[in-house]
Design a protein around this ligand. Structure first.
Ligand code: ADP
Ligand code: MG
Length: 614
């Protein structure tokens, strides 16, 4: 028997390690940019082609490498940053594992050009799949330039696993933003397919945040500052009224390194408690300085999770200083709690009633059909007469709508009242016996009890259904604005807008971008002036989601349009208006829930009512 165990050849070991460190083009960007920062660069330029699948080039003006180091840096565990095990516990630089470059070189074609300040000539190295193809003296600028081409060329599984350019570039720009926010003193440039997306000159922290997130951020920032023996804290939170529906703008840094922490997030949520709109998250940019000996960055290969020795203490510092800052800037009283509560009663409050009302509504109920129930079929396509009319006409213009309503009222009259129609309009006497509570809740007696309809949500669902139906058949009619609305947007928002221009246009949004300003000249006809600005915010946020399928995006965008319709002034002043709303709601295939699954109709059962009088 011969010995079976062999040491893995270096290139294979590197390829295996690469799987851990380099998951996608964005990981390459992160590692090489961090190296440039460690090398003392004051200017770093990132050029990307095809979301990094074709080329990732990073040029820095840092210290550069000697000819020997230029070759050595591709060896595994080659690092200038950790000399002894003890160094691991007091890390002030970003790198320490000495495996990033070895990993990258194992799975791509790399061209390195580097020159130290005191040398006239630099070194140029070409390396493919860990094999050095060429090493020559070369004329080059001081600093270091890495070109990484054909990433994962020899790991087809990985390469096939990469997402669309849009998604992969989204990850790159996330990494870029994190590192740019961590180092406002460094000049950063990001180009994609020859378009310059960011050109961030060296500046203050506040200005850097504004440069990255857009000018609109400027008057939304509340400064945070606290100094203790264990931790120094500085940074900003966004005023609560600008909180986001997604967790996009939440940044923690420790010693200028981005990290994620569910535990510290909790502290922030607590600090903002009672100040946030329903289902929104606070935005923050918080920078901790901690003695490097008291943190462990080694817990995660890509280093976004970090262990803190004094995490409980830091939690309480975060909580108290953010609370104090929010109080000091006197933000809390400007929030209009009345409106928020009336608008959308939180779930916790609803469940406080002594006996939970039960839903006793026939979900397939359609007041305009008698015996045969063909409200929906398995394909989800509408098959009611009304919806058919809507789809055929494209349902864009107001006239079309009116005609359709007339149409369906006449159907109503022709139809006999069926067994199923036991909720509203049981007989002529019942018509108009609806009451409006708090300008929003339509109460209507029915055989099984008292039906309650959330009017705003009903409108939301109606607009959603109309818009989707229209969207299926033809572009939505858009309405030109007399004066285009202008909105300052961040680089990322520009990018997202341009990437989704065609779907936005189909939905009726016409906009152009110039100098970080989005100028909107037309919007979907259903939108109202008063809610436009909020809707645009909503739309920008919706298209900012990265990992979203096309169909879901359309759904989310239409849901945002519908939400806006639900926000406008309600008119339930006449019986006709109420009736028309209720009728239109029941025309929707799904009239029980809004596009985001909020309850529209509930019934308080006779039994529930009776128990109250026992
Ligand atoms: P680590 O950053 O963990 O040390 P890397 O594989 O990322 O490991 O880099 C290996 C070494 O190559 C670094 O320790 C550093 O000495 C050198 N190096 C890498 N990039 C640069 C750069 N842009 N400028 C100067 N030296 C660099
Ligand atoms: Mg490194």
């Amino acid at each position: 028997m011969s010995d079976l165990i062999q040491l893995l050849p270096d290139n294979i070991a590197n390829q295996i390690a690469a799987g851990e460190v380099i998951q996608r083009p964005a990981s390459v960007v992160k590692e090489i940019v961090e190296n440039a920062i460690d090398a003392g660069a004051t200017s770093i330029e990132v050029n990307i082609k095809d979301a990094g699948k074709t080329l990732i080039q990073i040029v820095d003006n840092g210290n550069g490498m000697s000819p020997a180091d230029a070759e050595l840096c591709f060896e595994r565990h080659a690092t200038s940053k950790v000399r002894a095990a003890a160094d691991l516990f007091s890390l002030a630089t970003k790198g320490f594992r000495g495996e990033a470059l070895a990993s990258i070189a194992a799975i791509s074609h790399v061209q390195l050009n580097t020159r130290e300040v005191n040398n006239d000539l630099g070194t140029s190295i070409t390396i493919e799949g860990s094999n050095i193809k060429e090493k020559i003296e070369a004329v080059c600028a001081q600093g270091t330039s890495f070109e990484v081409k054909n990433l994962f060329y020899n790991v087809p599984a990985r390469r096939n696993f990469l997402k669309s350019d849009k998604v992969e570039f989204g990850h790159i720009s996330d990494e870029f933003e994190r590192v740019a926010l961590a180092h406002p003193e460094i000049h950063f440039i990001l180009q994609h397919n020859e378009n310059e997306l960011y050109n961030l000159r060296s500046t203050t922290l506040r200005k850097r945040i504004i440069d990255v997130l857009g000018k609109k951020t400027s008057d939304r920032l509340v400064p945070i500052e606290e100094s203790t023996d264990i931790v120094d804290l500085k940074g900003f939170v966004l005023k609560p009224e600008f909180s986001k529906k997604t967790r996009g703008e939440q940044f923690f840094f420790v010693n200028n390194r981005f990290f994620k922490s569910a535990y510290f997030n909790h502290a922030l949520n607590k600090a903002f408690e009672g100040l946030l709109k329903e289902r929104t998250f606070p935005s923050f940019f918080l920078y901790l300085s901690v003695d490097p000996k008291r943190i462990d960055v080694n817990v995660h290969p890509t280093k976004t999770e970090i262990k803190f020795e004094e995490d409980k203490f830091i939690y309480s510092i975060l909580l108290s200083s953010v609370r104090q800052a929010l109080g000091k800037y006197n933000i809390a009283p400007t929030l209009d709690f009345e409106r928020e509560m009336g608008f959308d009663i939180p779930h916790e409050m609803r469940s406080q009633s002594p006996i939970e009302p039960t839903i006793q509504v026939n979900e397939g109920y359609n007041p305009f059909q008698t015996t045969s129930r063909t409200t929906s079929n398995s394909t989800g396509k509408k098959s009611t007469n009304f919806s058919k009319a809507v789809v055929d006409k494209g349902f864009g213009s107001k006239e079309a709508k009116q005609e359709d309503w007339d149409n369906f009222y006449s159907i109503d009259e022709k139809n006999e009242v069926s067994e199923q129609t036991n909720l509203v309009h049981e007989s002529d006497e019942d018509k108009g016996t609806q009451f409006i509570v708090k300008g929003n809740y339509i109460l209507s007696p029915s055989k099984s009890g008292l039906m309650v309809i959330h009017a705003r949500r009903a409108i939301e669902q109606i607009v959603y259904t109309d818009t989707i139906n229209s969207f299926i058949s033809s572009p939505i009619t858009s309405q030109s604005l007399l004066f285009p609305i202008e909105k300052e947007v961040s680089k990322k928002e520009c990018l997202n807008w341009n990437n989704n221009a065609s779907i936005l246009k189909q939905l009726g949004f016409h906009g152009t971008i110039e100098n970080d300003t989005l100028s909107i000249s037309a919007v979907p006809g259903v939108l109202e002036e008063e809610t436009l600005s909020a809707t645009l915010e909503d739309i920008l946020e919706t298209i900012g989601h990265k990992d979203i399928e096309k169909g879901d995006l359309a759904h989310n965008l239409v849901a945002a349009i519908a939400r806006s319709a639900g926000m406008k002034q309600l008119n339930l002043n006449t019986d006709e208006a109420v009736e028309s709303l209720v009728n239109r709601l029941f025309q929707c295939e799904n009239h029980m829930f809004t596009p985001t699954n909020k309850k529209i109709i509930d019934t308080i059962s006779i039994e529930t009512i009776e128990t109250k009088f026992k």
